[in-house]
Design a binder for this molecule. Sequence first.
Ligand code: ZN
Length: 309
Amino acid sequence: MDFGKRRDVAHLEEGVSYTVINSSASRYKFHEGIQRLIFMPMPMVSKKNPRVFADPSRKGGYDWSFELWEHANIAGKTYVCPSSYRQPCPVCDAAKARKAAGETEGLPFAKHRAFFSIIDLDDIASGVQILETASGYPAKPQFPQMLASIQSMFDADPDKQAAAPGAFFADADNPLIVKISCVPDTTKEGRKYAKISSIELVPMKPAEKQIMHDNLTKVIVFDNCIDIKSGAELEKIYTGDMDEDEDVEDVVSPAIIQPVHNTPMKQPIVPPIAPSVTAAPIVPVINTPAVNKKDFWATDDDSKEDFPF
Ligand SMILES: [Zn+2]
């Protein structure tokens, strides 16, 4: 299975970003104790995938995470930040302008998120589930970076290579189980969550590999599960200058509408500043019912996309 550069890349490409996931698949949350997960390879099918947008030659390849920038607090909804596609973002600009003006609370900076298709070996009946984690803070590696790092150590360990030569955790041909241990912890805000204490890669038994193969066609193709707004559309939503019948029913967080009519909106592209969050808990962003039947294995439908860039 060809993962291209992603087999070795332990860090994010710059400039990638994304929006919310619209899928009927259930959401997996890390829990206290040990969990044994299969990470499914996900085909990259369109330029809605920020990695394909950044490098079109990767279309048709596979990846083990889907990552993007998002704004989780815009009029109660979560939106893909256009900087995921190296486009100007009026919300990022507004956040920077407000920070420069001395504001410190509730600034709508984008957050980098990672999404995975996983199977919980202790809950096979739930099938392929969505795992969402924080991602990509250079000063404090988050789950995707930790996972890549563990794979690198596996690759360099003679004993592990003797047990499972060349294995890669998301490679359907030669996979590994991702064994994760979590301990209870509390965020700065006082919310309890399961904090990862260790990640281990262990060889997969034939029966477990069969489970993986049986579900390959059910993997979540996140490229097909996002709705991307243009900067102009996002600006209207952010400033409240939107139609009454826009779909605002999918509330995911308390609405924080901060009109910024006096903020200059046309500014050069600047990558969003990652907020300094420590040990961000794994929090599903949305619980939107399924409306997208395309969130399964893979068709190339760029031509049908409503893609604003
Ligand atoms: Zn943004």
